[in-house]
Design a protein around this ligand. Structure first.
Ligand code: 1HN
Length: 361
């Protein structure tokens, strides 16, 4: 016998609702609909670079000053509030000489330069962080940040924030600095080098999170090339995490940044996981197939893989393809809610043996 067959139960449901109560059997019916896992939050979707770039240029005309509000265009998934249910990805443009005013918020954010240069700087808690093209700069939760374009060109970068997560937990805090720019530390990079490097003051506390790290693309590219010959992950190819240099853990407490290299003609295996991810194409051309939807991408396009949707990558070109992506895996893992099908593929392959153990006896 099912609850639907109990006479008078529907009337009782209405009576309970009027008393701000709900019987467990309602949840039982809801849970029946998710046997086999959640419905993906949002749909697979792609934003073309040409289209977004045209809108960014128009935003410069419509919004002559960037103000504190930022000339950021957020990618809205047709089926969710953000790009995924936890994250927003968008692109931001600053004209020559402009400053996006200093502020801070409880949303963790990161900036990946698309059209940058030595004169594009994001100041994070007093640290000026240069944004050359494809450099990654972190503006972690509750850090003061302002963006300054001292180049002679329009600049563009990618913003990713954990907005859906922070709003879902109802912990949004926001504070404008009150002046355009925040005070800067005198010597560029000194604080980071002294407090986040290989040698540190023994008498000070260790800061393990929310450092304003910069990951220069030059270093990322070198590492990718060094590892390009490895088999990598069957699902993502040669994929590297932007590690927190202090802990070796995720890029930020809630978000992880990845960069992946797909060799010419490479086709990865399909899988799905409870985390969602947003992608930006650094170079190359290919297709990401997400629950039967084919997302054909080229340089500087952006796309989204919603959670629990089955996907694989194909590099259709004769060149390497390189994708930058951001995912919410650290959030899911921290809550013990990270699941993957058909198998757990993260951090499972054995660490390479030391040379002495390879010697044939
Ligand atoms: C924000 O503070 C920035 O600081 C960019 O550049 C995009 C989207 C939503 C909320 C805050 C920035 C944002 C944002």
């Amino acid at each position: 016998m099912s609850t639907a067959e109990i006479s008078g139960l529907r009337e009782f449901d209405v009576e309970l609702e009027a008393a701000n109560l709900r019987g467990q059997w309602i949840y039982d019916e809801m849970l029946e609909s998710v046997v086999g896992g959640p419905r993906p939050a949002g749909v697979p979707f792609l934003w073309r670079w040409q289209d977004v770039h045209a809108k960014l240029r128009k935003s410069c005309d419509v919004m002559p000053e960037s103000l504190t509000a930022r000339r950021n265009l957020s990618f809205i998934n047709p089926d969710t509030r953000g790009t995924t249910h936890t994250m927003n990805m968008g692109m931001q443009m600053l004209k020559p000489g402009e400053i996006a005013y200093a502020h801070r918020h409880t949303m963790a954010a990161l900036r990946f330069a698309i059209q940058g240069g030595p004169g594009l700087v994001t100041v994070v808690d007093g640290e000026p962080c240069q944004m050359d093209s494809y450099d990654l700069v972190l503006t972690p939760r509750w850090t003061w940040h302002d963006h300054e374009n001292a180049t002679s060109e329009n600049v563009v970068w990618l913003d990713v924030l954990d907005i859906g997560l922070v709003l879902g937990l109802n912990v949004p805090f926001y504070e404008p600095y009150g002046e355009k720019r925040q005070p800067q530390r005198e010597n560029l990079g000194e604080h980071l080098a002294d407090r986040g490097g290989l040698l540190r003051p023994a008498w000070e506390q260790v800061k393990t999170a929310n450092f304003p790290y910069r990951y220069p693309w030059r270093d990322v590219e070198r590492q990718l090339q060094r590892m390009a010959g490895l088999a990598g992950s069957p699902y993502d190819g040669v994929v590297l995490r932007y590690a927190n240099p202090v802990t070796g853990g995720s890029t930020m407490p809630t978000l992880d940044c990845w960069v992946q290299l797909l060799r010419p003609g490479q086709r990865t295996e399909a899988h799905r996981h409870t985390s969602s991810a947003v992608y930006f194409v650094v170079r190359g051309e290919g297709t990401t197939v997400v629950d039967e939807v084919e997302l054909d991408w080229g340089p500087h396009d952006s796309f989204v893989v919603p959670n629990w949707s089955t996907h694989h990558f194909v590099n259709r070109s004769a060149q390497d393809a390189v994708l930058f992506s951001v995912n919410d895996i650290p959030t899911l893992k921290a809550l013990d809610l990270y699941y993957e099908e058909p198998e757990l593929s993260l951090g499972v392959q054995p660490f390479p043996p030391v040379p002495g153990n390879l010697r044939s006896r």
